[in-house]
Design a protein. Structure first.
Length: 144
């Protein structure tokens, strides 16, 4: 598994979770301000949907994202025994799309959904289910 690729994908997903239950009109950027903690990061293999792996539950990883109302974020991903990965950057919300740009990095967009104090981020990714990296769907659930 390429941890850096996972971190960038995770960040993009998290940043995209700012959507509220908005009746289809989009997300108010003020709705995502605050601290969000992942309760699940579930990878599901595209070729075999019964193959799943939850890095938060199975590896006791942690993911915390803080969205500031000023359009900046901080991101901390802990995946023992690897060193913590910390990132900062900017974000913006337009409709149901969040665009995140890590400092010195490239902007990424992700679809998000939010219901109260729970956000769900879904994106395409890769995960090693035992035979090398394979296409997967990544669903991150966060709460505040």
């Amino acid at each position: 598994m390429k941890l850096r690729h996972l971190t960038i994908s995770t960040l993009a997903l998290i940043l995209m979770t700012g959507c509220g239950d908005d009746g289809g009109t989009g997300v108010d950027p003020d709705d995502i301000a605050g601290t969000w903690t992942a309760t699940s990061m579930l990878f599901t293999q595209v070729a075999a949907p019964n193959a799943t792996y939850d890095i938060i539950v199975e590896d006791v990883a942690t993911l915390v994202v803080v969205f500031n109302a000023a359009g900046t974020y901080t991101f901390t991903f802990t995946f023992p025994p690897q060193p913590d990965e910390n990132e900062t950057g900017t974000y913006s919300v337009s409709g149901n799309t969040l665009t995140s740009t890590p400092t010195g990095g490239v902007a990424e967009t992700t679809e998000i959904s939010r219901n109260g104090d729970t956000m769900t981020l879904t994106d395409d990714d890769d995960w090693d289910f035992g035979a090398g990296d394979e296409p997967a769907t990544l669903v991150i659930t966060l709460t505040r």
